[in-house]
Design a protein around this ligand. Structure first.
Ligand code: ADP
Length: 413
């Protein structure tokens, strides 16, 4: 087996997650995983652990900005203690119409990402920054961008088109959808028995849900940006557009520029809203559950809103798909929060979904629906890194084939 270390980089608004895989064998093997978390804080977290779970680095450094954060990762990977990557795979969150396919990262591609940064302002700028840094710091390892919206490319126009004046559609405003790599990983894990009519709910810090027919996405809850769709940790989800206009007018009175007004509005709907905004306590479902146990009514209302939103989207997809065969929960909340799964499924009982409460209570149970439930309900952890590695391996081999083809043609010439 020839060695093929692949570095996976997954940047969020305040964290950079990374993993090193050995992809030279039949199945990619994860050797190390780590993260720098809490970018923008005095005391962040920086850790890396090996495949047995042993922590090799566990620090709490100051992380004033993303450049300090990424330098920690790059220095560690250049230390000689870890395999030097032969290729790099990035999770790309970007709505640029030309960037919805997985492709080799080039400086021009990053320029295009930056032109569309307003479509996902919390994700695209840091992703573009990390890609530029990776090109510079790992010049011998080709970088590939895996679009988090690639999975949604099969949606029909009735799902993607937004009812706006045509000039905005021409600018690329449409439903794009995110969490696509997580959805791909669920389909990958269900193969070869992917049910014909499937709904997958990815419930993490960001939450979305997708309708999948014969393995292909036909609809999804997130829109042009990851702020749309279901209420999540700090984001509103879908909201009456008149509310945004009301807020904008209030904000405009105190903002010094249009840009500042947009930033304040952005923070209000994307960083301070959702479960955090409603509970006035936390965006973390674990904190909200403890608060609910202690009788906190705002936490109860926030979680009820969340469960209702997921159930409502699922019910609408149920109608769209003409019934469903399987509902899958994934993401940190979907995998771990027993009560949320029970609440969502109770909201779907009219559609014939029957949960087995004993199975649902067992951590790690794969199937949580009752024997007689016409819809199978499953819990499947996402495996996003693995999907990125698979894309990188495929893109690398396509690139090699292209080079070999070009070489053969030049020999003939
Ligand atoms: P991200 O979208 O950042 O990848 P995750 O998929 O890790 O997020 O999900 C984070 C969410 O999962 C948080 O709201 C967290 O509270 C929730 N979560 C994690 N573990 C549990 C648990 N044991 N019980 C309830 N919620 C949990």
């Amino acid at each position: 087996m020839s060695s093929l270390p692949v570095l996976v980089l997954n940047s969020g608004s305040s964290s950079i997650k990374f993993a090193i895989y050995e992809a030279g064998g039949a199945q990619p093997l994860r050797l190390y995983e780590g993260a720098v978390d809490g970018i923008g804080t005095e005391q962040g977290k920086f850790w890396i652990k090996d495949s047995s779970g042993n922590k090799l680095v566990d620090q709490s450094p100051a992380l004033p900005n993303r450049s300090v954060a990424f330098k920690l990762v790059a220095d560690l990977l250049h230390s000689g203690d870890f395999p030097r990557p032969s290729a790099i795979g990035h999770r790309m969150v970007c709505g640029a119409p030309t960037l919805q396919i997985n492709q080799r990262v080039t400086p021009e591609m990053i320029d295009e990402m930056e032109r569309y940064k307003d479509f996902a302002p919390l994700h695209t700028p840091i992703g573009a920054y990390i890609m530029r840094q990776a090109l510079e710091l790992f010049p011998n390892a080709p970088s590939f961008a895996c679009s988090d919206s690639y999975f949604h490319r099969t949606m029909p126009e009735v799902s993607t088109h937004m009812p706006l004046p045509a000039e905005y559609s021409a600018m690329g405003v449409r439903r794009i959808g995110f969490h696509g790599i997580s959805y791909e990983s669920i389909i990958h894990q269900l193969q070869p028995n992917v049910p014909a009519r499937l709904i997958v709910a990815h419930l993490g810090n960001g939450a979305s849900i997708s309708a999948v027919r014969e393995g292909k996405c036909v609809d999804t809850s997130m829109g042009l940006t990851p702020t749309g769709g279901i209420i999540s940790g700090t984001r509103t989800g879908d909201i009456d557009p008149g509310v945004l206009l009301f807020m904008l007018r209030k904000i405009a009175n105190r903002a010094k520029s249009v840009e500042e007004a947009a930033d304040i509005l952005e923070a209000a709907v994307s960083k301070k809203a959702g479960l955090l905004g409603m509970s006035e306590l936390s965006n973390d479902m674990r904190d909200l559950r403890s608060a609910i146990h202690a009788g906190n009514k705002k936490a109860r209302l926030a979680v009820d809103k969340f469960s209702r939103a997921v159930a409502s989207w699922a019910a609408s997809f149920f109608a769209e798909l003409g019934g469903i065969d399987m509902l899958v929960f994934t993401g940190g909340i979907g995998e771990n929060d027993i009560a949320v799964r029970a609440e969502i499924c109770a909201g779907l009982s009219a559609l014939g979904i029957v949960l087995d409460s004993e199975r649902n209570n067992v951590r790690g149970a794969a199937v949580i629906s009752a024997e007689n439930s016409p819809v199978t309900v499953r819990v499947i952890p996402p495996a996003e890194d693995l999907i990125i590695v698979n894309h990188v391996v495929r893109l690398l081999s396509e690139q090699e084939e292209e080079l070999a083809g070009a070489f053969a043609v030049s020999q003939q010439d």
